[in-house]
Ligand binder design. Structure first.
Ligand SMILES: Cc1ncc(COP(=O)(O)O)c(C=O)c1O
Length: 437
């Protein structure tokens, strides 16, 4: 074990030894190489006023060497901002701005200590960082049966976790009872990682306040019984809440800093929240009982370990993307512009609801699962095979959606214009009629 890892591990143990036990073998071993090239370069930045020959970038004077044919695509940026490396932790102004946004959007977190977000290369990368830090082969990872399929690639295929699924829906709402029953079976001392994502991909469902509290209570009850619970809250579609009674804040608010045995992790991203899918800017934040002040050594150690994995794998994330997102977040019109996009999405959601309300005949072949948020909704076919319908829709009608399982079909109403929505479902209905003949 590297001496720097030992120091971080001691910092974590000094605050909460259970948190250390939750880490994977890699999570225990990893550290941020604060004594190597990076720290020497940082020292030189402060002190080497005459000659600085530390970092592997090319400079002309104090400016990044650059090709005009590159810079001409980047009006408004100077070469240093656009082209130089970002820190492995992410740029500090961005981390501060994202934390301020989290607090703005989740007022219940005021006064709740949690780490400064570490920047990842999109939310997928943030989720894989969590896997690296917490999951050993054979560890249990629990998630809903309706989930984003990339979880399987990361946790099962890449990390060899033992995946378990609980049924997501019960009737018209979330199966919080089934979830609580599964959590009640986690033994004292046993480690479990739970992945919860709202608004959910693929269903577009966000729990009500009551359901959200029931989920949090089940996590807390298991933790209080002595289980080591790591709750990974994937907030990819955060903010797109269309229904009166769904939660409007992240589930993270209900579990952060609530128990020494409950590690709450918030994974979120500019990807969908700022409508910048390809810029690849995501974040990871941690909270746990025992880490009671923002300056807790636990937070600094977890940030350092996360940045250590970033450093080992990708070194750092796009500085240009980080600058763009920082500029957006600190623009006084940010929340206004975000509201405008969210209103457009709400319009698409309402059209989708209206299409089903106006066409009870669809129920002969397919019905929607509950949906109230996000980008998606799903239907389940009564008798027809989902992939057969999908292919028929594609081939005969040029209409695309995603089938999964035998009966499910996901529709991203987010990517249809409002006036395409009713015709789209009409087409699904026609396809079903064709196939049922
Ligand atoms: C639930 C969920 N989590 C994470 C992601 C990944 O987002 P990113 O594009 O930032 O990697 C997605 C993207 O589709 C998603 O649906």
């Amino acid at each position: 074990m590297n001496e720097l890892a030992e120091i971080l591990n001691e910092q974590i143990c000094s605050v909460n030894p259970v948190a250390f036990e939750m880490l994977s073998d890699l999570g225990k071993r990893i550290y941020f190489p604060s004594k190597g090239i990076l720290s020497q370069a940082a020292e030189a930045k402060q002190l080497a006023s005459n000659f600085n020959a530390t970092i592997g970038t090319a400079l002309e004077g104090k400016t990044a060497m650059n090709l005009p044919c590159v810079m001409e695509s980047l009006p408004g940026f100077n070469p240093n901002d656009a082209l130089l490396y970002a820190p492995s932790y992410g740029q500090k102004p961005l981390r501060d701005a994202w934390k301020a946004k989290i607090l703005h959007d989740n007022p219940s977190l005021q006064g709740v200590p949690f780490s400064l977000p570490v920047v990842a290369n999109g939310l997928t990368h943030a989720l894989s960082l969590v896997g690296d830090l917490f999951v050993n082969p054979g560890d249990t990872v629990l998630m809903p049966n309706l989930n984003w399929d990339n979880y399987l690639l990361n946790f099962e295929d890449r990390l060899q976790a033992k995946l378990e699924f609980f049924q997501f829906f019960e009737g018209e709402g979330m199966n919080t009872k089934g979830f609580a029953a599964r959590m009640a079976k986690v033994a004292a001392g046993e480690k479990i990682l739970v992945v919860l994502n709202f608004p959910n991909n693929p269903t577009g469902y966000t729990p009500s306040e009551k359901e959200g509290q029931e989920l949090a209570d089940a996590l807390l009850a298991a933790a209080e019984r002595g289980a080591k619970v790591i709750a990974l809250v994937d907030d990819a579609y955060f903010g797109l809440f269309y229904a009166e009674d769904s939660m409007k804040e992240s589930l993270f608010t209900k579990i952060a800093s609530k128990s020494k045995n409950l590690m709450a992790i918030k994974a979120d991203a500019a990807t969908k929240e700022c409508y910048v899918w390809g810029l690849r800017v995501g974040f990871l934040s941690f909270a746990i009982g025992g880490a009671d002040t923002e300056d807790s050594p636990f937070f600094r150690a977890m940030e350092a370990k996360t940045a250590g994995v970033v450093r080992a794998l990708v070194s750092n994330c796009s500085a240009l993307s980080q600058k763009i997102v920082t500029k957006a977040l600190t623009n006084p019109d940010f929340y206004n512009q975000r509201q405008h996009c969210s209103d457009v999405m709400r319009g698409r959601y309402e059209r989708t609801k209206a299409a089903f309300a106006a066409h009870p005949e669809y129920a002969e072949y397919f019905q929607p699962y509950p949906f109230n948020s996000g980008y998606f909704m799903c239907v389940h076919f009564k008798t027809l095979d989902a992939n057969t319908v999908r292919l028929h829709l594609l081939e005969k009608y040029g209409a695309g959606g995603i089938s999964f399982g035998k009966e499910n079909y996901r529709v991203a109403f987010s990517s249809l214009n409002e006036d395409q929505i009713e015709p789209f479902f009409e087409t699904v209905y026609k396809a079903c009629q064709d196939l049922a003949k």
